[in-house]
Every structure is written in C-alpha cells, then in structure tokens.
Design a protein around this ligand. Sequence first.
Ligand code: ADP
Ligand code: 5GP
Length: 199
Amino acid sequence: MQTWDKYVRKSGLLFVLSGPSGVGKDAVLEELSRIYPGFRRCVTATTRQPRFGEVDGVDYTFMSVDEFRERAELGEFLEYAHVHGNLYGTPKQWVQDQLWKGKDVILKIDVQGGLSVKEQMPSAILVFLVPPSLEELEKRLRGRLTENDEEVSKRLLDARRELDQIPHYEYIVENDTLLQTAEELKAVIIAEHCRIQRQ
Ligand code: ADP
Ligand code: 5GP
C-alpha cells in the first residue's frame, strides 16, 4: 500500500459517445475494440425494427413499445429518450454492475440521453463525435443503405439540432479516418484514468 494509492482510480469509468446518425459511432467503437479491447459496450434497448443483419442482444435488445414502457415504469432504464421517432433506453443494472466490477463502459446514445446520464452520474465523461463535414455525413448516412429517403432526411434534420449541443460535451473527436479516431478515443480513456481521484 502506497501513500498515493488513494489518488489512483480503481473503479470503471462511464463514457458516453454521441454524434449525429451516420457519423460513424458504431464503426469507431468496432475499431476501438480492435486496438483497445478492455472496455464494455452497453447493449441498449429499442423499439425500432432490427436492420438487416442486426442481432437481438448484440446490436440492441429489440422490444415492443408496450414492453419498453413497462420496463421504463419499473425504473429499469438509466435514461430513455425518443430518437428519430423510436424509443431507446440504457439498462441501469447492467451499467452499474460493470462499473462495480471495475470495467469501463461506453454508451453509444443520443445527446438527450448523454445529458441525462451526466445529470445522474456527474462522473460520466461525454464525448461528441463529429464528421469531417456535413456533406460527408450525408454521404455516409446514404452510403449505409439502411434507411429510406424519408428516414435519411429526418436524421439529417436531427443532426443539426444534435450538433448544437456540442458545448455541453467534454471532448470533441472528428471521425476522419477510423484508426486515427479510435486512437483519439483511446487517448481520452487513458487520460481520464490518469485523473487524480478526489475523495
Ligand atoms: P453511426 O453508428 O454513427 O450511425 P455508422 O458507424 O453506422 O454510424 O457509420 C455510418 C457509415 O459510415 C457506415 O457505412 C460506415 O462504414 C461509414 N463510416 C464510418 N466511419 C467512417 C470513416 N471514418 N470513413 C469512412 N466511412 C466511415
Ligand atoms: P440507430 O437507430 O441508428 O441505431 O440509433 C439512433 C440513435 O439512437 C443514435 O444516436 C444512438 O446513439 C441513439 N441511441 C441508441 N441507444 C440509445 C439509448 O439507450 N438511449 C438514447 N438516449 N439514445 C440511444
């Protein structure tokens, strides 16, 4: 036991990764897990329909609106929000369990969710992912081929509102090339672990 041990963080940290739809949050987290596999990514719940190839319990926990509302009333979500016309929510117990076990957790959630998490857990660290440009964002969103034209337009409209919330976040990372972005996210995680713990 060293005298400075009390200043060294031992518990897991909670990170929130937000950014407009199509900016590359999923792709960046996949790259991050390749170069820095120590973190846990939270599988959140949603009432939206699975996209082609999405797996229940891996990409999301897919559920009906009735089940979602029931769980929300039971207080099972750390936060939940309407995003692009569907409900999404973060499972509270799972997040707490991971942090207690000393694991870092990353939530890939929207800005309303991020701010709500920060209110309840001020030690959460908010990271905003931005595209190199709005043109590139639209290109990525359309290139993904998972939404129809109407949905793409809705997401692009929502993107502007989300980008207005950047000042409430603590870190901004530009997703230019995947590897560089994942490296920057890794640097944020490591820096946060080096922060002096104050009792
Ligand atoms: P989000 O999770 O933010 O909605 P995705 O991870 O699904 O976004 O990425 C949207 C699309 O952009 C995908 O087709 C993905 O392969 C592509 N993409 C993500 N990051 C990059 C990047 N750095 N350069 C080029 N394309 C990217
Ligand atoms: P998608 O439908 O493209 O997977 O996700 C749409 C948006 O919902 C993304 O911005 C994503 O970050 C957000 N999201 C996913 N899960 C949650 C959640 O549990 N809570 C909140 N508030 N947003 C979420």
